[in-house]
Design a protein around this ligand. Structure first.
Ligand code: ZN
Ligand code: ZN
Length: 347
């Protein structure tokens, strides 16, 4: 039995004791809370977009390189590269004569690296099954095999969901929910397993859909009940029902009966679900940095050190923040099976 299956059965604990500022329910849908994670997910919850960015971390720069690494349909790749360039994740570098046009990550794009690492670690921990994680990271700065941790920017200790308090920041507020937006589930997750084995792909099979991740966010805020979640997200009931049942099947939530006539359930994050906290907080930090225009919707306080903080992904050996340029990879699988190249580094 896989580790995640075991966890589903035996290791369910209560949701973390954190609360988002919660307003009174007014009955009607009140629109979507301003949220840096939601803004980030608008960009990266498209699993293809995220995988294209991943390949850029692996040094892919041309249309052909992305296409052969991902086995992605041509029209889809064209569309995503255009979109990511418009969003300033990539910049196009003009082709010299005879050379192909290149797509290079911008600073904003490179800064997604910690989110990529935290998703990869989630995938390694819960979704790699009995196999070894596909990639081993070597940190150039210290020369060590690195297992980066998501840490508090102020005290450098590792962050956990239950150790963080939230309050409204200068960018707090709501925007009207747009019906129909993001209602479509990302296409069949198994498509993203094509190409190289990747813990990020595996993680995106679960959260490569914005609503799924927003439902998990409500779990971090301590919202366990259907009505609250629905009201917080301004999500259509049929979509919420669908996402909750998927997340239960995937081992992210555990359902608990809290009322019997009529039957009502609340949804508690499992240990696996709580482990999505690190990708969550890392994406939140990215959204605050690049999309919040200096006005973060939420301020975070680390209970342990008592300081307002942002999430920082640091090497577990030397405690320096990890950046893409300092990481080398060792493949933990035979690349000949996947047509990938040998060990490479990012320069
Ligand atoms: Zn701290
Ligand atoms: Zn290091």
């Amino acid at each position: 039995m896989t580790r995640s299956a075991t966890a589903r059965i035996t290791r369910v604990r209560a949701t973390p004791q954190v609360r988002a500022p919660r307003e009174k329910l007014s009955g009607a849908t009140r629109g979507e809370r301003n949220c840096s994670v939601a803004r980030t997910l608008d960009i990266v919850s498209d699993a293809w977009a995220f995988l294209i960015i991943r390949e850029a971390f692996f040094e892919a720069k041309t249309f052909g390189a992305f296409r052969s690494a991902l086995d992605i349909p041509r029209a889809t790749l064209t569309d995503r590269l255009r979109k990511l360039t418009r969003l300033q994740i990539f910049r196009q570098v003009a082709a010299d004569s005879g050379q192909r046009k290149q797509y290079r990550l911008t600073r904003m794009g490179f800064d997604l690296y910690p989110s990529f690492i935290s998703l990869m670690q989630f995938g390694d921990r819960w979704l790699a099954g009995e196999k070894n994680p596909p990639l081993v990271l070597v940190h150039r700065s210290c020369g060590c095999e690195s297992h980066p941790v998501v840490a508090c920017s102020e005290c450098a200790s590792e962050l956990e969901a239950r150790g963080v308090q939230y309050r409204d920041g200068p960018g707090a507020g709501r925007k009207p929910a747009k019906p129909g937006r993001n209602t479509r589930r990302a296409s069949d997750g198994s498509r993203f397993m094509l190409g190289r084995p990747s813990s990020v792909s595996r993680a995106l099979e679960i959260i490569g859909d914005k609503w799924s991740f927003m439902v998990v966010r409500e779990g971090f805020f301590g919202n366990r009940r259907y009505d609250y979640i629905q009201s917080e997200l301004g999500i259509a009931p049929n979509i919420l029902t669908d996402r909750l049942s998927r997340l239960v099947a995937q081992g992210i939530f555990h359902r608990r009966l809290y009322q019997s006539a009529p039957e009502r359930y609340e949804y508690l994050l499992t240990e696996m679900g709580r482990d999505l906290y690190r990708p969550f907080i890392t994406m939140l930090a990215w959204g605050d940095r690049w999309l919040a225009k200096g006005k973060p919707p939420l301020l975070l306080r680390h209970t342990k050190c008592g300081h307002d903080f942002h999430a920082s992904v640091i090497c577990d050996k030397c405690h320096k923040p990890v950046i893409a340029a300092d990481m080398q990879y060792r493949l933990n699988y035979d690349p000949r099976d996947y047509g990938a190249l040998g060990p490479r580094s990012i320069t």
